[in-house]
Design a protein around this ligand. Structure first.
Ligand SMILES: *[C@@H]1O[C@H](CO)[C@@H](O)[C@H](O)[C@H]1NC(C)=O
Ligand SMILES: [Cu+2]
Length: 533
């Protein structure tokens, strides 16, 4: 019994009256010789605990499968066999010879043309607020608002196995557990580079006393070796003009270890005016014990991939939903959808048979603010504009929403119970008028919720959203069909979105950035100077 560990699983809601008792299920695992106890489930044994009475009110021992072997499941250094042979990547470290370029004043971060506040919340984790960007071309110290407040509102992870031990595994990681409660101290040099600064997080413990979480958030400048913009001009005789600007950005990072899974949640501020939101999934798969030991034996009822003997990694989704209260140059904003529309036979005597143009539509009501990025037709250009602010030549100032992969939407039936509790996962984009009570996409009280509160219910009121203080809800979605490389720990898989200025500035705000300077850093035995290839 010393090797057995148990974990708490929410029961969800599967019809009938809203539940009166607060209950949770408890499932157990065998650690033994491995730290990866999730890989060794005691499949078929389920306990039900009444959380008010703190009593076991149900116990079931239904099926018996072999506990998967411990061998090959551990992920700790020294437990995974010898390293690869061959040339190892050379050690590297980020060096900033003149120190950091950003300043942290309390919780306000100032860097390049950006200023914003970083907060910590038990449920949401990192909260970015009052993000504003400096408008260099306007002269003086003019700051312009971009984001009033942004945070991860929910992470919904429904598993796709309908059997007794699995049907209810439809996690709402923020609402049922708390992303901030699942953040742990970041490891310098691994989670964040050597040049990072760290922020602590404070929250109330179960007894009401304050708890300090050390190094919950890190802030660092990223020198990725990428290019922000460049051009080589070879058109002049006897002259080659090359201008390159290195891409440097500021990252605010938190890692959430939600039981078996790890989410790396990044806010990346770019001098171009973009804010990139990235989520990287890694950690351990949630697996099911099985009698199968070879793919030849596996039947349709597996509901997942055999990733090791007696081990099925069950199909599931990840939906990371951001609440982004944009204030593009002020609170008066509209949501504009531009659809790429093909036109045939332009006529006249030109030889072209077709071209495309853009059909622009301003969303009037919440129903117009719901967008399924995968549904038929060409991709839309989605922009938050301020109809009261124009560039000098008259375009509406705006910020574009650019999906960066991972745009899966839920395919569950509308009347399936987990789907009712997270209805919003059918569409990636929702736009609602600001309301201080509308923060949590799955409703204020998510545990055992019935779906009557939440983003889809609010949006169903179909309020006006044109020329209002409006909020963008964006869901990064992945259907996860596991493979053997995801075992015993999956390599990071990323998705996200970019909030990118669109007629917000008068011109490319990077024009004033300086070319890279060469520092007297050691560059090994590379004779880069004057080298040609
Ligand atoms: C937003 O701006 C538009 C265009 O200037 C204006 O007509 C509208 O009244 C403004 N809305 C609010 C709420 O101020
Ligand atoms: Cu997954």
């Amino acid at each position: 019994m010393d090797d057995v560990l148990c974990a708490v699983f929410p029961v969800g809601w599967f019809g009938g009256e809203p539940p009166r008792r607060r209950v949770a299920k408890v499932l157990c695992f065998v650690a033994g010789a491995t730290a990866n106890f999730y890989a060794r489930p005691l499949e078929g044994v389920t306990l039900v605990v009444d959380l008010d009475r703190m009593a076991i009110v149900g116990y079931r021992d239904r099926v018996a499968y072999p506990v998967p072997k411990a061998e090959g499941t551990d992920y700790r250094a020294g437990k995974v066999g010898p390293p690869y042979t061959g040339t190892a990547p050379a050690p590297g470290v980020v060096v900033q010879p003149e120190g950091r370029g950003f300043h942290i004043d309390g919780h306000v971060v100032r860097w390049a043309n950006w200023e914003f506040h970083v907060g910590f919340d038990m449920r949401a984790g990192t909260v970015i607020s009052l993000a504003s960007v400096h408008n260099a071309d306007a002269g003086g110290a003019q700051r312009r608002q971009v984001l009033y407040r942004g945070f991860v509102s929910e992470i919904f992870v429904p598993y796709m196995d309908p059997v007794e031990e699995w049907y209810y595994r439809t996690f709402l990681d923020a609402g049922e557990y708390g992303l901030g409660l699942w953040a742990f101290p970041l490891q310098p040099g691994g989670d964040c580079p050597a040049n990072a600064a760290y922020l602590d997080g404070y929250f109330s413990g179960q007894d009401g006393n304050p708890v300090e979480g050390k190094n919950m958030i890190c802030v660092f400048e990223r020198y990725a070796g990428d290019v922000a913009w460049r051009h080589t001009e070879a058109g002049f005789p006897n002259q080659l003009i090359t201008e390159v600007r290195p891409d440097v950005s500021l990252v605010v990072r938190m890692v959430v270890s939600a039981g078996n899974y790890d989410y790396i949640l990044d806010w990346e501020f770019k001098t171009s005016g973009s804010i990139k939101l990235a989520v990287s999934l890694t950690g351990l798969l949630e697996v099911k014990g099985t009698a199968y030991t070879h793919a030849n034996e596996v039947k349709q009822d597996a509901h997942g991939t055999l990733v090791s003997e007696n081990t099925i990694a069950v199909y599931h989704d990840h939906y990371v939903t951001y609440h982004l209260d944009l204030d593009v140059d002020g609170t008066n904003n509209s949501f504009v959808k531009s659809t790429v529309t093909a036109v045939r036979d332009p006529g006249g005597d030109m030889p072209r048979r077709s071209y495309w143009t853009v059909r622009r539509e301003v969303a009037e009501r919440e129903a117009d603010g719901q967008v399924d990025l995968g549904a038929g037709g060409p991709p839309a250009d989605l922009v938050f504009v301020n109809p009261g602010k124009k560039t000098r030549i008259g375009n509406d100032v705006g910020y574009r929403i650019v999906p960066a992969g991972a745009t899966a939407a839920s395919v569950l039936d509308d009347d399936d119970f987990p789907q009712r509790r997270a209805t919003y996962c059918k569409k990636q984009v929702w736009v609602t008028p600001y309301s201080r009570s509308e923060k949590w996409a799955s409703g204020l009280y998510a545990d055992q919720s019935t779906g009557d509160d939440g983003l889809a219910a609010w949006s169903g009121r179909n309020r006006a959203i044109r020329g209002e203080d409006i909020v963008l809800w964006y869901t990064v979605g992945l259907h996860h069909v596991p493979c053997q490389e995801d075992f015993p720990v999956m390599p990071t898989l990323s998705g996200g979105l970019e909030l990118r200025p669109s007629n917000f500035f008068e011109r490319n705000p990077l024009m004033r950035t300086r070319p890279a300077r060469r520092h007297g850093q050691p560059i090994g035995n590379c004779s880069c100077a004057g080298a040609s290839s």
